[in-house]
Design a protein around this ligand. Structure first.
Ligand SMILES: Nc1ncnc2c1ncn2[C@@H]1O[C@H](COP(=O)(O)OP(=O)(O)OP(=O)(O)O)[C@@H](O)[C@H]1O
Length: 905
């Protein structure tokens, strides 16, 4: 049978009988739409509230300002680059060669040697003197030519012009022993060709480049000056060895070619900085995911939605979709503005190819961010990690993919081991950088500066073709085997799937603050896919029968026996059963530690429908832990709890459909109103629109929140937040509601409104409530359970607890002070063991033991009689011990060494 229903999130079809699958799909769809709507609201809903406008700006930053900002920066850099490249120098300056500079040593004015020469003979000395003369004529100091003996180990002690040394080995050893002391070394070789009687002079020059060149002297002018000087000296010497002829002069000038601006300017800066800049743009969305998802986890908001029945896969899918559409818009912005800025990267490639490239990269980064959030518990840590990754990625992109020489080295045969590149392909920005390099080369404009062959650009055809080897660097072993762009696209798609699946997997198994963790093989269990339930608690568990508590209270033991009996029968009398529940918080999984704590110790409880159980206990007694186990927030160490026959250990998914939870700390979205909270949680639970409207009208009114229903919860007081949390726990009319201290921080008036709401709401339901207010437990509790040190110490209704653990009754009488003794005699006739607590000024107060309860009616009869002794009593009153006194007496018993507010066990 098909059933339709409609609400503002769409039309939902429920196939009632055997229609599990259709039901599942419709729930999935409904939840997905409502969570997407919530995400969208938090991203872009623009009302008069400043917080939402702020989110609107955050969204704009991710999709428009950041991509556009980086594009503008690239544009400015590229323009500056183009201006530099398009300079025209039709008449380049010509540089005449100067004199040989004087050496200056490693530090300024340090002793040094200008020139060392070998061999030492008349010819070389004459040539050196000529060199010195000519150099002086060019405006420098005349340098001395010395032939003193240098020691090969000694540093120079003064500035030496030219010095003769024994041989070229000496030059080598000297400069090796005394680095940066000598500017030039010259080794002459004179040979006489006897056949043609010509002289051949060859010389070898050593030049200390590092002492002179600062990178701007592309011609090495000191060296050229030395060549020119030597040639002049040699020519002069051979013209006239006596030295009387005019010296030979060689004037050399150096001039650059005229600089003509290129006809096509290459977008070199876009290509080299693009991978880093576009990576930075994608990191905006990446960091926002880390922050938002981990904050939702840290504040327990995700847990709150899951206790309402939200499927974790819906949560991840909605997160993915919410950011996927931002990625698409950001990619469009990049492509459109890239074309408007006329970057050849965008204009020489098919729009769709580049759009797919940016979209795939952005989507892979979204999945990587989601994966990282699984391992972060605190938003601060997640954001710090994001910043760390940002810096690493930026350095990586800048270093690796700014030029093809480093960018393609990964695919050279020499890269060992090859597993490196496989590992790198798991990083989305590695694949993106590689594609960027490929596309950059193919769209750059000109293939070759000389032949002006134009590159093919990028189309859907080119992405399947191997890169032409002319674009690729040669590392000495032939062109590297670079995969096609299409293969890199496939890697990005693979990244999306890998990180998507890993997010889903680790979200189930990685231990977290909230929720139950699954075993690592959970996906192999049929129960995970909804086929059959896992094994339940063993009904004949001996620990259940014999808890080994010698001091266990009689009522608590009876409760244990009752639970044991229930477990062994098929009775449905107690829809809530807590069976030997144990929770131990361990510091280390398999080791014992002093800080290990048994928070719940073998608790057994059973509750009927229509009843409210109030948990009382000192701080740290284990109340919230018990509630957390019942709500699926934390798994029990042993034992189990059953709600309408379903195990809290294994069937929480099913229990959530009939469970409402008001946790101890308010779990509310700061930027959603009370109404929106009810709409969100109502839709997650599958409540129809009409029902949601009714809840908003009736229940918000019942707890006096109607007037602030449209205000953001961040503006609520503590008591208002509690009331909203309490109402949220009643959405979907759950059969069992868990309320952890629901009235904390409420004023007495509102507390009474809440009490009367709970009192009415409890009909046909089970409510478990923890409180520190004895009055609240007394007023609301059909049964009251008192806990201390993880153990149940007493259970029963208020009367039962008072009669079992109270000091009985108190009787107070007012008489004339002179009648005090006579009245005391009358009291003694009825109550032999009554304890006199006060008798000052005719005000008599007696404490009666519990055994005296049966005599009280007779004494009341006496007081109301016309007997003269009765007439002495002007006013009287009988009261039972308060619940607070009962509580204190139980806590005292549980803490024999005394209880001062600190837990001692
Ligand atoms: N996550 C945890 N890790 C370790 N110990 C914990 C954890 N949660 C609770 N405990 C410890 O378990 C004990 C029971 O804590 P629980 O919160 O259940 O007490 P409670 O009765 O709800 O106290 P309160 O009235 O203050 O809310 C305490 O000693 C507490 O320190």
């Amino acid at each position: 049978m098909l059933e339709y229903y409609m609400n503002s999130f769409g039309i939902f079809i429920v196939y009632k009988y055997n229609g599990k699958l259709i039901d599942y799909i419709s729930t999935y769809k409904r939840q997905l739409i409502v969570v997407l709507k919530k995400n969208f609201k938090l991203q872009v809903n623009q009302t008069e509230c400043s917080i939402q406008i702020r989110y609107w700006r955050t969204t704009l930053t991710q999709i428009l300002f950041a991509p556009l900002g980086y594009l503008i920066l690239l544009f400015i850099l590229q323009r500056a680059g183009h201006i530099r490249d398009s300079r025209s120098i039709p008449n380049p300056y010509s540089y005449p060669l100067d004199a040989i500079p004087t050496c200056q040593g490693y530090k300024e004015n340090e002793p040094c040697i200008n020139l060392m020469f070998t061999p030492k003979n008349a010819q070389t000395l004459a040539i050196m003197n000529k060199l010195s003369d000519n150099n002086a004529a060019r405006g420098k100091e005349r340098f001395t030519v010395e032939d003193n003996d240098l020691n090969v180990l000694d540093k120079p002690t003064k500035k030496i012009g030219a010095v003769a040394v024994p041989d070229s080995d000496f030059i080598y050893t000297y400069t090796f022993n005394n680095p940066n002391t000598t500017m030039f070394g010259i080794s002459f070789d004179f040979t006489q060709n006897s056949l043609v009687t010509t002289n051949t002079i060859s010389y070898q020059v050593w030049y200390n480049y590092s002492l002179h060149n600062n990178g701007s002297d592309v011609y090495s002018r000191p060296l050229l000056s030395l060549f020119r000087g030597l040639d002049e000296a040699i020519l002069s010497y051979y013209n006239d060895p006596s030295g009387n002829a005019n010296p030979v002069k060689l004037d050399v000038t150096i001039k650059d070619w005229p600089l003509v601006p290129p006809r096509l300017l290459f977008d070199d800066l876009v290509n080299s900085y693009g991978p880093a800049f576009f990576f930075a743009a994608a990191m905006m969305i990446f960091n926002n995911i880390l922050n938002t998802v981990v904050t939702e986890k840290e504040l327990g908001l995700r847990y709150a939605m899951e206790t309402m029945g939200l499927k974790s896969s819906v949560y991840w899918l909605s997160t993915f979709i919410s950011y996927f559409y931002l990625v698409i818009i950001a990619s469009l912005v990049i492509c459109v503005f890239g074309i408007l800025f006329r970057f050849s990267y965008f204009t020489n490639a098919a729009f769709s190819v580049i759009f797919v490239q940016f979209s795939l990269f952005g989507t892979a980064m979204v999945c990587l961010a989601m994966f990282i959030t699984v391992f972060c518990r605190r938003a601060k840590i997640a954001v710090l990690f994001g910043v760390f990754l940002f810096i690493i990625g930026l350095i990586f992109q800048n270093f690796v993919f700014s030029n093809s020489f480093v960018g393609y080295v990964w695919w050279d045969v020499s890269v060992d081991p090859a597993a490196w590149k496989t590992l790198c392909t798991l990083i989305p920005f590695f694949n993106f950088g590689k594609i960027f390099l490929d596309v950059g080369l193919l769209t750059a404009g000109r293939k070759d500066a000389l032949t002006e062959t134009f590159i093919p650009g990028v189309t859907w055809d080119t992405i399947y073709q191997k890169m032409d080897s002319t674009y690729l660097p040669d590392y000495g072993s032939g062109a590297p085997d670079v995969p096609t762009i299409a293969v890199s696209f496939q890697f990005l798609i693979l990244n999306i799937f890998i990180y998507g699946i890993l997010t889903w997997y680790f979200d189930h198994v990685y231990p977290d603050e909230y929720g139950q963790r699954q075993p690592f093989y959970f996906f192999l269990l049929p129960s995970h896919w909804g086929y059959k339930s896992e094994k339940k608690i063993q009904k004949d568990d001996p620990k259940l029968k014999d808890p080994k508590f010698s001091d266990e209270d009689e009522d608590v033991r009876n409760e244990r026996d009752l639970v044991y009996k229930e477990e062994n029968s098929n009775s449905e009398k107690f829809p809530l059963r807590i069976v030997n529940l144990i929770k131990e918080y361990k510091k280390y999984p398999f080791l014992k530690s002093k800080t290990d704590k048994i928070a719940v110790n073998k608790t057994c409880l059973a509750l009927e429908q229509g009843k409210l159980l109030a948990f009382l206990g000192q701080n740290g007694a284990g109340k919230s832990t018990t509630m957390n186990i019942l709500s699926g927030l934390t798994p029990p160490t042993d034992g189990d709890a059953f709600i309408y026959g379903k195990s809290c250990k294994h069937e929480m998914e099913n229990i959530r459909k009939i469970l409402g939870v008001c946790p101890q700390h308010d779990i509310l979205f700061n930027d959603l109103t009370a109404k929106e909270h009810i709409q969100l949680y109502g839709a997650i639970k599958g409540v129809s629109d009409e029902e949601i409207k009714k809840i908003i009208e009736e229940r918000l009114e019942a707890v006096k929140l109607t007037k602030v229903a449209d205000r953001f919860s961040s503006t609520y007081s503590g008591g208002m937040k509690r009331r909203l949390s309490m109402i949220i726990s009643t959405i979907g009319d759950p059969k069992v509601i868990l309320m952890d201290e629901p009235t904390t921080g409420m004023d007495p008036v509102n507390r009474r409104h809440v009490w009367s709401f709970i009192e009415k709401f409890k009909e046909n339901r089970i409510i478990v409530l923890t409180t520190h207010s004895m009055e609240e437990a007394d007023v609301l509790g059909d049964r009251i359970a008192i806990m201390a040190h993880g153990r149940l110490r007493a259970i029963g209704n208020s009367m039962r607890l008072k009669s079992r653990f109270g000091d009985g009754y108190r009787i107070s009488m007012n008489v004339h002070p002179s009648d005090t003794e006579k009245t005391k005699e009358q009291v003694a006739k009825y109550f032999q063991k009554a304890r006199l607590e006060d008798d000052t000024a005719g005000s008599i107060l007696y404490q009666l033991s519990p055994e005296a309860t049966t005599v009280i009616p007779d004494f009341v009869q006496f007081l109301e009689s016309d007997l003269p002794e009765a007439k002495l009593v002007k006013a009287w009153g009988i009261s039972q011990t308060t619940l607070e006194e009962v509580f204190l007496s139980i806590i005292r018993k549980a803490n024999p060494q005394g209880y001062n507010g600190y837990e001692v066990k």
